[in-house]
Design a protein around this ligand. Structure first.
Ligand SMILES: [Zn+2]
Ligand SMILES: [Zn+2]
Length: 453
């Protein structure tokens, strides 16, 4: 089958020239004179026979492309480069630049910037239907504790949630889809977003037009809960809505030996903490999982002075929008009203512009689409229905606008030590999942277009 010519340039080993056969056709390693960047350059002037449009053969072609050794090396290279240079929310300038450089080399057009560093790329006919696949780009303020060759070079910052892998997988999908562009029965939109961990980048991407014309969206997250390359998902609620609160309860400072001269903010705050625990236990349906946790409580530090104010805060979670927004309302009421009982005043902040994530709910049809693609691509043993989790994702903002499905890809490998959960300084992944993630993205998008034109 005739696919394309491509050229691999590896600045680190550019002192030789060779041709080899591969799934892609011919390839050569040649000297790169403009930078030390590793890339695969594709010529997209070849056709794919119409028989490959049949879905099952789509899957095998896509998987074979993803597993091509040159592709695998390139995916690892991208992931490692991003891992070494982690950038926090809305500061993903170099990550975004790297993505745009790769898209330019593939000949993929895009809009930039959205939400400061975000990118909306498109591959296909330019006509409907439009289906989106998404990756997040930001890292975490965590000091990496894993000693390895490609450890973070930035003190105090680390890709401890796998967003480096997400970017690599989405670029891998871009390459596969660009190669198969003349097979696409519509348009694939690739969304690279900033600020998933903080700053609700998804919301700003939507405000800047990321979902324009898009009728469905998909995203993957790596998971150390599942063995490498196993896909996991479920219909309906998958991840909780997650909010945070911080309240200042103010009374009147006074000597602790003469409490009647003070208005005791410690007592008022303590009552508020107890009452907050009654919201879930007394007001929520026991079949509808919810959490309210007070995680911080700070008042005075003098043993004989009742302080003027106490600052307390925590988090709340729920799996439906109704329960989530109800928790938010009741937490504020309980804090303000309990303060009033003790003659104090209270003000609560819910950080709605930066850390406020609705529940991630998978559309049943979109989830079924992911399940079918995963089983076709990887076999039934490599797809699992997973339980809902109390973690949160700003992907939920997309899922509020269009039918959406979010799924996991396993990276757990005990031999490699990829057993620590996300946000651990020991977090690491099995990179063998990268080509599988790229293939999943590409197959999900291409098959969606085939079935929804
Ligand atoms: Zn995270
Ligand atoms: Zn994440």
């Amino acid at each position: 089958m005739n696919f394309m010519d491509y050229r691999i340039v590896d600045g680190a080993s550019s002192d030789h020239n060779h041709d080899c056969s591969s799934f892609f056709g011919s390839c050569s390693t040649v000297e790169d004179d403009d930078d030390d960047h590793y890339f695969i350059k594709l010529n997209h002037n070849n056709s794919v026979s119409s028989s490959t449009l049949i879905n099952s053969s789509n899957s095998s072609s896509v998987l074979a492309m993803a597993k091509n050794p040159e592709m695998v090396n390139w995916l690892k290279f991208l992931r490692r480069k991003i891992h070494e240079n982690p950038e926090l929310a809305y500061e993903e300038f170099e990550t975004s630049r790297l993505i745009r450089t790769e898209l330019d080399r593939m000949g993929v057009s895009y809009r930039f910037p959205l939400a400061q560093t975000g990118i909306r790329a498109s591959i296909g006919t330019g006509d409907p239907p439009f289906v989106a696949i998404r990756a997040d780009m930001d890292a975490l303020p965590i000091q990496e504790a894993v000693e390895w060759k490609h450890k973070s070079k930035v003190p105090g910052k680390m890709h401890a949630c796998g967003h480096d892998a997400h970017v690599a997988m989405l670029l891998g999908a871009a390459k596969i889809l660009k190669t198969r562009e003349n097979c696409l029965k519509g348009t694939v939109i690739l969304i690279f977003q900033p600020a998933e961990e903080a700053g609700i980048g998804a919301k700003r991407m939507i405000e800047d037009g990321a979902l324009e014309n898009v009728e469905a969206i998909f995203a993957v997250h790596i998971s150390t809960e599942h063995p490498t390359s196993v896909i996991g998902s479920r219909p309906g609620p998958l991840l909780a809505g997650c909010g945070f609160f911080r309240a200042v309860i103010t009374g009147k400072e006074g000597h602790a030996g003469n409490p009647h001269h003070s208005v005791d903010a410690i007592l008022a705050s303590s009552a508020a903490v107890i009452s907050l625990q009654n919201i879930v236990s007394r007001e929520a349906n026991p079949m509808d999982s919810q959490v309210v946790s007070v995680a911080s409580f700070n008042g005075g530090d003098n043993l004989d002075v009742i302080p003027e104010s106490v600052v307390l805060g925590g988090t709340f979670r729920a799996f439906s929008n109704t329960s989530f927004y109800q928790l938010r309302r009741r937490i504020e009421e309980v804090i303000v009203e309990q303060a009033r009982v003790y003659k104090c005043s209270a003000q609560a902040d819910f950080f709605e512009g930066e850390r406020f994530y609705p529940p991630t709910v998978n559309d049943e049809r979109m989830n079924e689409h992911v399940r079918k693609v995963a089983i076709d691509l990887l076999g039934p043993k490599n797809y699992k229905v997973v339980p809902p989790m109390m973690g949160a994702e700003d992907f939920s903002f997309y899922s509020e606008v269009v039918p959406a499905a979010f799924f996991y890809i396993g990276v757990r490998n005990e031999t490699l030590g990829s057993i620590h959960s996300g946000h651990s300084p020991y977090f690491t992944i099995d990179e063998n999942a990268l080509p599988i993630g790229a293939a999943m993205h590409a197959a999900i998008a291409e098959r969606y277009l085939n079935e929804h034109r």
